[in-house]
Every structure is written in structure tokens, then in C-alpha cells.
Ligand binder design. Structure first.
Ligand SMILES: [Ca+2]
Length: 295
């Protein structure tokens, strides 16, 4: 069984919640193992809201949070209601340090782990910068090289020769600088799923109105479904089969300008990075996701 760690901004948009539902359904069906969740943006109810979502879903998974991640543009709208259902975590102080949690899960894993990232890049960049400690004698770069099979990340806009800007890379200077560092120094293969992939794929329209995921989407301001950037990334990463999931890809080297968040891509057949392109009509991805997110 493949093992995964999820990084999420769990912030202003609810496609993270749709993605988490899909991932938890796979976890509960024992098709994958979700070993930790790292929240990389932070407002009062972030960690408790995540714990509430997990509690309502009937699972317990370690949660880490970057408590310094308070400076992103936007605000969380659906976390406060979810926090009322929290069982283990009542405030952000009850959640684990995100770097220690990453290091512990990676160090203790007997096989390589996949990382799914559907938020900002600063925790992953800080993981790379981490030094040997009581958890592992390996540095962050070494730990990622030895224990991470692949990073799957929803970020960037790809296929634009002059470069492009996307939220997860350019929300603020910290996000942009971290993304630049990640593209330069991340030591496993990276698959990017860009803004252009999920923007026209609207999911969540068939949820039962008594479902707490539907309530979260309403709280976020999207009662009629939402773009599927994050659930598409989670589905692709957990499957790992690009052809079966309706994608082609381009290999090369991604780069982000840390000053402004612009992303660029240099194609090369032996590149460690790749971005995906859709080869099916949007209805294909809509039907796949909507069939996998019921409670
Ligand atoms: Ca997100």
C-alpha cells in the first residue's frame, strides 16, 4: 500500500476540503495510507477545523501546522464551524511542529512516501533546510532523497513560454521565495498540476446537502460546486497512473522567480520535473471526482 503525507493551505478556498474528502475515502477504504496532514496557512481555527473534519470523517491522523503562516492573502471561512466538532485539537498550539512531523513520518517509514501538496511551499522548503536532529541523523535534503518517492504539487500555470503567475506560488513574498527554493533543491521527482488543469472542472455539485463537506463549501461561498485544482492533484497523486487518469505530461526543469512568483519551464526529456496536460474532456474528471467524494 502506498503511503502519503498531505500538505494543504486549508485556507480561503474549499477545494482543499473536497480533496481531503477524496483522500480520506481512499484511506478509509485501505487503498492508500494517509500518514500525516500538514496545514501551511494559519488562522485561529485552522488546526481545530482540520481535526473537526477528521473527527466527522471517523479517522485520526497526526496534524502539523505552520503557526507562522498567518501572512497569506485571504482568510478561512469554513474552519470555524468544523472546529466545533474537533476531538483532539482545540487550538493551533495542540498541533505538532510541521517540520518535526514531516521528519518523524519520513524517518520512521520503512518504504518511500509520496507527498501531496495543495497549498503553499514554505514548509517543504523548510523541511529541506532542516538539519540532523534527535529524530534522524539525515539532513532534510538527504531525508527527502532517501524517503520521498515523489512530490505531487498543485501549483503554477504551465505551458506558457513567457511564464505565468499562480496563487500558490505568488500569494506573498514568502510563498514565492519558498517555491523558488523548492524548485531548485527538492531532491525527488516533482509532478506539477497547474491552475489551467482544474479551473474548468467543477465538482461537488452532487453532494448531499446534509453532508458537512457541502456545508463547508457553502461557508466558503461555493454552494454550486468549485474548481477542482486540489482534488485533481490528490486523485492523480494517489493513482500515480497518468494515462488512466487522463493526462499526458511534459518533462523538464521548473523554475520560480522568488521576487514575484512567476513560474517558468525548460523542457528536457530527462528532466526531474514534469507538468501534466489533460487529454480528456472535463466531464471525465468531473465524473471521476464526484463519484469518489460522497460521505
Ligand atoms: Ca489549496
Amino acid at each position: 500500500m502506498k503511503h502519503f503525507i498531505l500538505g494543504t493551505d486549508w485556507w480561503s478556498d474549499c477545494d482543499d476540503a473536497v480533496a481531503l474528502r477524496l483522500l480520506l475515502n481512499l484511506h478509509k477504504a485501505k487503498k492508500i495510507s494517509l500518514d500525516a496532514i500538514i496545514v501551511n496557512a494559519c488562522m485561529e481555527y485552522s488546526a481545530a477545523g482540520m481535526d473537526g473534519f477528521l473527527t466527522l470523517s471517523g479517522v485520526e491522523i497526526p496534524i502539523g501546522i505552520d503557526k507562522e503562516g498567518t501572512d497569506f492573502y485571504g482568510k478561512g471561512l469554513y474552519q470555524e464551524r468544523l472546529a466545533k466538532s474537533a476531538k483532539n485539537i482545540k487550538s493551533n498550539d495542540d498541533a505538532e511542529d510541521p517540520i518535526k512531523l514531516y521528519r518523524r513520518v519520513l524517518a520512521n517509514s520503512s518504504e518511500k512516501v509520496h507527498i501531496l501538496e495543495i497549498g503553499f511551499s514554505q514548509v517543504l522548503a523548510n523541511l529541506l533546510k532542516s538539519e540532523a536532529d534527535e529524530i534522524s541523523p539525515l539532513s532534510g535534503v538527504e531525508l527527502v532523497r532517501e524517503k520521498v518517492e515523489q512530490l505531487w504539487i498543485m501549483a503554477g500555470k504551465w505551458g506558457f513560454p513567457e511564464g505565468a503567475k499562480e496563487h500558490n506560488f505568488c500569494n506573498n513574498l514568502r510563498a514565492s521565495q519558498a517555491a523558488e527554493y523548492l524548485c531548485k533543491y527538492w531532491s525527488s521527482p516533482i509532478t506539477f498540476l497547474g491552475w489551467e488543469i482544474g479551473n474548468t472542472v467543477i465538482t461537488g455539485t452532487k453532494l448531499d446537502h446534509s453532508d458537512f463537506l457541502y456545508q463547508a463549501m457553502c461557508d466558503a461561498g461555493y454552494p454550486n460546486g468549485r474548481c477542482s485544482w486540489d482534488p485533481m492533484l490528490v486523485l492523480l497523486g494517489t493513482s500515480g497512473d497518468l494515462t488512466a487518469e487522463g493526462y499526458d505530461c511534459v518533462y523538464g526543469q521548473a523554475r520560480v522567480d522568488g521576487e514575484n512568483g512567476m513560474n517558468y519551464f525548460t523542457e528536457s526529456a530527462d528532466g526531474k520535473h514534469r507538468y501534466v496536460k489533460k487529454v480528456k474532456p472535463d466531464e471525465f474528471y468531473v465524473d471521476r471526482i464526484d463519484s469518489m467524494i460522497n460521505l
